[in-house]
Structures are given as C-alpha cells and as structure tokens.
Design a protein around this ligand. Structure first.
Ligand code: 6GP
Length: 841
C-alpha cells in the first residue's frame, strides 16, 4: 500500500501505539482526559451527559485499536468475507454493549462512582441508534453482534440516516410523530472523508462500437451524488474481533454548493442542489412490512447499493485476483429485496466497466448473492414502476430486461408450451404501468433463497415462490430460523438473571454457547434457586412499574400478572384482538359481585409500538387502546384487577426494560402472516411465558420448550384460506362475546364511535381478513387458562425455568453459523494468537 510507513520506521509506531485502559485508575485517567480536553469541560460543569460522553470516548478508544487490528488481520488472512446489505440496522444503544463485550463494565462502574456518577444514569444518557423499523432491522443488528462474536470477517453496509425512526408521543390518546435527529453527539461513528464514491442518477445510455469493433455501452450525463463512508465499530463478545458497519451519507458531488451559480446570484438554486443530494440519506422510511414505491426510496436503494458494490469491488481488486475468484472472496447477503439493485449493479460493473462476457459475469453474480425473504404479505413485496427505473437508472433497466430475457428463455426450454408460467414468473409484471418484481429478480440473481422460520420457509415455497421451486428445484430454497443475541437480550437487559444462571452453570460460557442453558433444568426443584428466580422477575416488574408511573402517571401493582404486547402496530399482528379481549375482561369484571371479584387474578395489560404515520387503521388501534385505558384505569369497580397501559415510543432501549418484566407476552398474529417474530424468543429467554398462535417461530419455540409451557390458541395457517372464503360465502356470524364488546364500543363508552366503528366494520362488514372473530373464543379461553395457571406460582416458575433451559437453539450465533455453512461458505478467522498476546499484556 502506497501510504504505509516504511519498514525501518515501524518500530517507533509499534512502541507508541496505545494499548488502552484495563484498570480502574487507567479508566479514570482516560475519562477525565476526554472530558477536559476532547469535550472542553471540567469538574465544575460535568453533567451526566458529559460523563456519558467521556465514558463513551474512553471505550471507543479501546474499540478503535481492536477494530484497526481486526481489519489488518482480516486483510492479511485474505479469506472470504461476508457483506450484509441491509437498509435497516436497529442498533439501540452502544455503550452498555461495548462495556459488556469488552468485559470492563465493572471497571467503568467503579471508576464512574469515584468520579461521582451512577453507571445506570450515565448509560441512560445515550440516544438510541434507531435506523430501522422493527424485526428486520433488529435482526440485522443481532447478526452483526453474532458475526463479530464468532470472528467472521463480516461487514455491514447501510445508510446513515440523519433521522432515524420517528419518536412517538401520545397526545389525547393519539400518536404524534416527532423527528428523531440523533446525530448531535455520536461518538460511535467515524467519518471517512477520504472514502467516497460518486453515484450517478438519470442521464441516458450510449451504445456504440469502438475502433476495435467492440460493443461499448456507456451511461452518460445525469446527476452525480457523492457517498461518504461513516464507519461504526461492532465489538464481538469476549473476543478481540471488532467488525465494521459502514453507513453511507449523501452529499453534493462538489461537496459545496455550485459556485458559478452562487456567484451569479442564484443562491437559492445553488443551495437547492446541495439539499437535494443530502436528502437521499436524510430519513428512514417509517413503514414496517409495507412498500410505497416512492422515487426517493428508489434513490436511497441505488445510492447505497452502488456505493457498497464499488467499495466491495475496490477491496477485491486490491488482491489482484482473477474475476472468476470473486465468489470465493465475496459473499453478499440481501436483507429482503431492498438491496436487489446490487445484483444489477454488479452485472453492470462486470460487463460495462470490466469488459466481461455477459454469461461469465452472470455466473459470478449468482454465485455471490443470496437473498432472505422476511414476509409473505402482498403489500410488502416490492414492485418498482418501469418508467421510474427507466428515468432514474436507464442502464439498469436495460440490464434487468436482458436478465429477464435470458431467464425466460431458460424457462421456456425447460417447460415448453407453458405460456402462463412465463407470464407468472417474468421479472416484469404487465400492469399499468409495468413493474419490476424485485423478489423475483432477487431469486434469479441469487444461489440461495431463505425464509426465516420453518413455517415461513415452507409457505414461500408453496405460495409466492412456488413456480420458482419448480424451475430451480427445491434445494435453492432453504430455511434459516431467526435468532437473537443473548448478550444484549439476556446479559445486558437482565443482568441479575444472567448472573443467577452463571452461578448455577459455573461460568458465563452460556453467553457464547447458549445450548449450555440446558444444564439449568436439574435446578427446577431447587427451592432456593426458584426463590431467587422469582425475586429477580419481581424486581424487574417493580422497575417497569416505576417507568409506567413516571411516563403515564398510572400506578400498577407489580404483583399483578404483567401481560405485554410490544411490536409495530399492524392489523396482522392483531393488537385489536388483544384490546377486544381486554374489553371482554372488563365486561366480565363489571358483571361480578365484589365478593366474586376477589377471586380474580389481577392483571396489567401493557401495549407498546409505533404505527406507520400513514397507516390509519393502526393509528386507530392505538387510539382505542388509550381510550379503553382511560376508562378502565379510572373505574373504581375495577381497581387493581385490570390496568391498561400504552407505553410511548417503544424502541430497543425500552425493550431492554420491558422484556425482562413480562409474565406473559402476546405473539398472536393471524396464522401464516408473521414470518418469524423475534421478540417471542427474547421474552422466553427472560423467563416469561407466551400466548401465541401457531405462526412463525412460535411453532419451533413450542417444539423446543414443550407444549405444556406455551399457551397456544387459534386457527391453523392451513385453514385460513377456507375461513376467509366462508366469511363471504358461508353462514357466517361474529362471535357473540365479541359482539358484546362491539356493542360497548358502539355505545360510545370509549368515545370516538366513528373511527372505532371502522375497526369493527373491518370484522363485521369487510370479511374479517385477519380472523379476529374466528380466533376470539379460543383467545379468551386461553387467557382464562393463563389466569388459573398463574395462581400456582410454584408451577409457573417451573415452566419459566424449564423454558429458559430449552431456548439454546434461538441464539443468533446458531443462526449465523447456519448461514456461514449453508449459504456463504465462509470460515471464522482464528484469533487464538491475538487472545494470547492480549492475555500476556
Ligand atoms: C419481519 C417479519 O415481519 C418478522 O416476522 C421477522 O421476525 C423479521 O422480519 C425478521 O426476519 N419483516 C419485516 O420487518 C419487513 O419489513 C419486509 O419485511
């Protein structure tokens, strides 16, 4: 490398290269230095935010050194890397995670105490990095943690949004969205102003034959926007590996506004150009499981794919290998179809820029890419309008048509005379306007396609991708059941439980090998252990109760059963079923005498989650929950027997408080609609039980922990189609108990009869697509069973412990190893030597 220091001068570098703090005194030295010099503050004006900043900077220094070494090690090792392309990374807070992964949280705790701070208060100063909507984005974050913890040479590539997912406030029971400007002080990113890529948009395609008779295709003119790299270190747990997450930020290609315009007095248009460029990475689209086909979104996708591909190809070219070796060095995972243009972009680079033959290039492309599908919901499947692509990416549209042509020719040869098949699998849908089916393009451009839980992977093979299974054979389509990182979701979120487990198992090794949890099972009869277990759950509930009181003003009894449903608000996730169930319970309480009421089990039903700003039904569900809460929480007949809470602004850091405090959590989607779900795993791992439908990963969780430990209810996915049909054509009637709930809502008891009427109408008049009425009876009966079971606390705790002991399968480490073995064909890097060096120093 041109810019490296000559060999004879490297000794000085090595001698002075910092080694980072390990002791409390060193930590204090570092934090005070950072507060006084980096932040220019002093002990006379050091608030908690300054203490957070100083702590973060001290830990960052440590991470950077490991990060640099990791990057060097991976370059020297020169082995295959995995690039995880995701438009969303829902990282949450970084400091606590960094402290735990580096293994110096206690040092920091004591050091901060010496300096006058409580570590919890310092951690709470951090703004969540919320560059994602929900499951898909959080999965990407868990994967980064596992890839680093397992020492895989892995990079994440995403966008550096200036605004993450909006902050949610509840005003008069309605959701209000507040912009999430999160970059004021972000010590976890490094601007690489020297790592830039120019990305082209619009323009036109010039095809001609050069002097040597060669066909040249050149994409000309248009607009250039510059991508600037921002790198975020991703520390592994208990390993020197620190991987890189590279996020691209957009700016005008000159870096400034146009001076000629500026000097000639056209200030506004000069600034407008600059702002248009910056708009590309300005804001995360706030839709979960929904695609809206907006041009700016397509621009985001191409901008990010083009910059990432350029970067990956640049890195490969430094190794001076033949192009045929590209797939031996590079694996690229498409996190849903959002990065599918990367397939087209790589083909463009290889053919137009590097001069490879079409078929040679295409073989390289398909060996490189693989695609994960995260949903079967039709409204979430991306389809881009052909005229839109034509205008924004004229060359890419040509390549898509060429890919389609050669694909359809292959299909025709294999299945002659099946014209309908050709129409069904064409990458182009003959709609008005025509659209490109991105999932089909992703399948054709990949060597493996996976779903995220067994049922989901079966469903995509038998429904939306059925024809492609016929064409490619079944081996291209596989299942990789999702997982979660036990570092954040057990050790960080629930430190006391983690400690209790470690005390029984003899070490924290289970955080690296979660199957070791099975050694807990013999302790289900250990009285003392069970007592401590229950105490920890209670303490977590007290903490959540305090949070509820502080944020909603409602006081809840931590001895009550805490029933939690936190996730994005969506009709398919059926928060409406839950709130109708709550009203049903309210009616039941009201119908009892005060003597009878004493026998009931007190319950707190807790909701949390954001609705997409344009999703009116979801917003109406939030409104109903809040209004129901107002009535029930203030009804003296009810008292502690039932409280209904809506927690504002559900996000990763709030999940870390809520999940460990749950007794029962709800995963109640219409069967066949939730691809996997991942919070179901988090709740069970934290000693909570679940009520759920036979959907997504609930099925596998049940298989692992045993049917007696799960509260299952509702219709099966295979019956959904018939039931829906019956709503229109059979002798269909709404469940009578549910009808009573509707009557109460319609009476105006909770206000706003008009919009709540639409929620009811979706069920009574518009076919009840999500089967709320069909599942209502089974749901409420199962809730009654939960009440009964909870009364026997000893039995309840047994179920919880047994379940935790059997959750080993659901670590994202297992999941990442499966991807590595069956899709990416990559090996972890050996870090034993590095660990020894570290142990000596
Ligand atoms: C989600 C699925 O809805 C969820 O079931 C799954 O656990 C998660 O992905 C991770 O696999 N899908 C999305 O968030 C999404 O937007 C396009 O899919």
């Amino acid at each position: 490398v041109e810019s490296s220091i000559p060999e004879h001068m490297r000794e000085a570098w090595r001698k002075y290269s910092p080694s980072g703090f390990t002791t409390k005194d060193q930590f204090e030295t570092e934090i005070v230095r950072h507060i006084e010099t980096t932040l220019a503050r002093s002990l006379f004006n050091c608030d908690e935010l300054a203490a957070y900043s100083g702590t973060a900077l001290a830990f960052r220094d440590r991470l950077i050194m490991d990060w640099n070494k990791t990057q060097q090690r991976q370059t020297f090792a020169d082995q295959k890397r995995i690039y995880y392309l995701s438009l969303e990374f829902l990282m949450g807070r970084a400091l606590d995670n960094a402290m735990l992964n580096v293994g110096l949280k206690n040092v920091a705790k004591e050091g901060l105490a010496d300096l006058g701070f409580r570590i919890e208060d310092v951690i709470n100063q951090e703004h969540d990095a919320a560059l994602g909507n929900g499951g898909l984005g959080r999965l990407a974050a868990c994967f980064l943690d596992s890839m680093a913890s397992l020492n895989y040479p892995a990079w994440g590539y995403g966008l550096r949004y200036r605004y993450g997912i909006f902050k949610q406030e509840i005003e008069n029971g309605y959701q209000v969205e507040i912009p999430d400007y999160w970059l004021d002080f972000n010590p976890w990113e490094f601007a690489r102003h020297d790592v830039t890529v120019d990305v082209q948009f619009y323009g036109w395609v010039n095809k001609y034959t050069d002097d040597e008779g060669k066909q040249i295709v050149s994409w000309q003119d248009g607009e250039i926007v510059t991508a600037v790299a921002y790198d975020v270190p991703v520390p592994g747990y208990g390993t020197p590996t620190v991987n890189n997450l590279r996020l691209w930020s957009s700016k005008a290609s000159s870096g400034e506004f146009d001076f000629s315009k500026f000097n000639s007095g056209e200030y506004e248009s000069a600034v407008a150009d600059q702002q248009r460029a910056e708009t590309i990475s300005a804001v995360l689209y706030p839709n979960d499981n929904l695609e809206r086909g907006k041009e700016l979104r397509l621009k985001q996708q191409y901008f990010w794919c083009a910059a990432s591909l350029f970067d990956i190809v640049r890195r490969f070219k430094k190794t001076n290998r033949k192009w045929s070796e590209f797939p031996d060095q590079v694996a690229i995972q498409l996190n849903d179809t959002h990065p599918t243009l990367a397939v087209v972009e790589l083909q463009r680079i290889l053919v137009d820029k590097e001069g490879l033959e079409w078929q040679t290039a295409w073989d390289i492309v398909t060996k490189t890419f693989s695609y994960t599908n995260h949903t079967v919901l039709p409204e979430a499947l991306e389809k881009w309008s052909v005229p839109l692509i034509q205008n924004l990416l004229p060359r890419h549209l040509q390549i898509i048509y060429e890919i389609n042509l050669s694909f359809l020719q292959t299909v025709e040869r294999r299945f002659p005379k099946d014209r309908e098949l050709l129409g069904r699998v064409s990458l182009i849908e003959e709609s008005q306007p025509k659209t490109v089916r991105m999932a089909y393009l992703a399948i054709v451009g990949s060597h493996k396609v996976n779903g995220v839980a067994e049922l989901h992977s079966d469903l995509i093979k038998t429904t939306i991708f059925k024809d492609f299974v016929r064409i490619y054979g079944p081996d291209k389509f596989i299942n990789v059941t999702n997982g979660i990182t036990p570092r954040r979701w057990l050790h960080q979120a629930n430190p006391r439980l983690s400690e209790l487990i470690a005390s029984k198992l003899g070490s924290y090794e289970f955080l690296k090998d979660l199957t070791l949890l099975n050694k807990l099972e013999p302790f289900v009869d250990d009285k003392e252990f069970k007592k401590e277990w229950a105490e920890i759950k209670y303490a977590n509930k007290v903490r959540l109760a305090q949070h509820i009181l502080k944020t909603t003003g409602v006081s809840v009894n931590p001895k009550a059963l805490f029933d939690v449903q936190v996730k994005r608000i969506h009709e398919y996730k059926r928060q409406q079923l839950n709130v109708f169930g709550v009203i049903h319970r309210y009616l039941a309480i009201k119908s009892l005498s005060s003597e009878e009421r004493k026998k009931l089990a007190p319950r707190v039903t807790i909701f949390g989650g954001k609705a997409a700003p344009g999703y009116w039904m979801a917003k109406t569900i939030i409104h109903l929950i809040n209004k129901v809460g107002e009535v029930i929480n203030n009804d003296p007949d009810v008292g502690d027997l039932l409280k209904v809470i809506f927690l504002e602004d559900y996000n990763v850091s709030k999940a870390e408080i809520i999940i460990p405090a749950s007794d029962i959590s709800e995963h109640i989607s219409t069967a066949g609609t939730e691809a996997s779900g991942t919070s179901n795993m988090k709740f069970v791992l934290n000693g909570g039980l679940i009520i759920g439908t036979l959907d997504g990963a609930n099925i596998e969780i049940t298989r692992e922990i045993g049917e007696q430990n799960v509260f299952l209810f509702g219709n099966l996915s295979e019956d959904v189609e018939d039931l829906r049909h019956n709503h229109f054509y059979g002798d269909y009637q709404v469940d009578p108990e549910l009808q009573k709930v509707f009557d109460l809502i319609k009476s105006g008891k909770f206000g706003d009869e008009g919009s709540f009427g639409a929620l009811i109408g979706a069920i009574t008049e518009h076919g009840d697509y999500y089967l709320v009425s069909d599942d209502f009876n089974s749901y409420t009966k199962t809730q009654d069973l939960i009440d009964e079971t909870f009364k026997n606390q000893d039995e309840w705790v047994t179920k919880c412990i047994t379940s935790v002991a059997r959750m080993g399968f659901f670590t994202s480490d297992r999941c990442i190893n499966e991807y590595a073995d069956t899709i990416w064909n990559i090996e972890p890097l050996d870090v034993a030597e590095e660990k020894q060096v570290r142990a000596r120093t």
